[in-house]
Design a protein around this ligand. Structure first.
Ligand SMILES: [Zn+2]
Length: 238
């Protein structure tokens, strides 16, 4: 038991230091993740707008082809109009001409509308590009800042990782799971020393008889109030 308590104390020290190192990074990891997500989103919007532009161009080319064909047809009808013999024939061809003219007119309007849309899309695209540049620059700054912090903590983190691995390899798996569960539930602190007869986590008083038992290290004790693992540290200084 004594060994397990010692391992738990060590593990808690390592994890607390890990947490401190994480704290130094502040919100940076989160901010980087958010900026990366923003960047992805902007890029996908950009892509969509570029597809829209291409589609607009293709549409206008198609309308243009249809207009040319319509004009050819119109010319044919107009030629025919000179050669008609009857009023009925004249009326029929006149109707064809009017219809064709309307069709051409409609196609021309479609081209105009598409050009207007293109202008709007280009404006949106410019805005996106501006945003992209801004987020990209921000992301660079965040990464640089984090890199600066990590530069100072990397060696220590590596050492802590190795030490943690050593302990978690040998520690009782059931106790390790319990430790991790408490740590998660209690904001990082799972193993606490007894301070002035109280739990070092929640400060509730512990009966003297229990303290004696805890000091004997015959079994693991948890705080009845907060559930943290209680340990006695002889040379504990506050
Ligand atoms: Zn407690």
């Amino acid at each position: 038991m004594k060994k397990i308590v010692k391992q738990l104390i060590e593990l808690q020290e390592i994890d607390t230091r890990f947490d401190e190192l994480q704290m130094q990074k502040g919100d940076l990891p989160l901010m980087i993740e958010e900026a990366e997500n923003d960047l992805e989103e902007i890029k996908s919007q950009e892509n969509e707008l570029e597809i829209q532009l291409k589609k607009g161009e293709a549409d206008r080319r198609m309308f243009q082809v249809e207009i040319e064909a319509g004009r050819g047809k119109l010319k044919e009808y107009e030629d025919k109009l000179y050669k008609v013999q009857t009023n009925k024939e004249y009326d029929a061809i006149s109707l064809e001409i009017d219809t064709k003219k309307m069709e051409i007119n409609e196609l021309e309007n479609k081209i105009l509308q598409s050009l207007e849309e293109e202008e709007e899309t280009k404006k949106n695209l410019d805005e996106l590009k501006e945003r992209l540049e801004k987020v990209d620059k921000q992301l660079d700054e965040y990464r640089h800042e984090l890199e600066e912090i990590i530069k100072h903590t990397r060696a220590e983190e590596a050492r802590l990782s190795k030490e943690r691995e050593k302990i978690t390899e040998v520690i009782d798996k059931r106790i390790l799971r319990q430790y991790q569960r408490i740590r998660k539930a209690k904001g990082g602190l799972a193993v606490v020393p007894i301070k002035k007869g109280s739990c070092g986590g929640c400060f509730s008083a512990i009966p003297p008889q229990r303290i004696v038992e805890i000091r004997e290290l015959n079994r693991m004790h948890t705080c009845e109030n907060c559930g943290r693992i209680l340990v006695w540290i002889d040379d504990f200084v506050e």
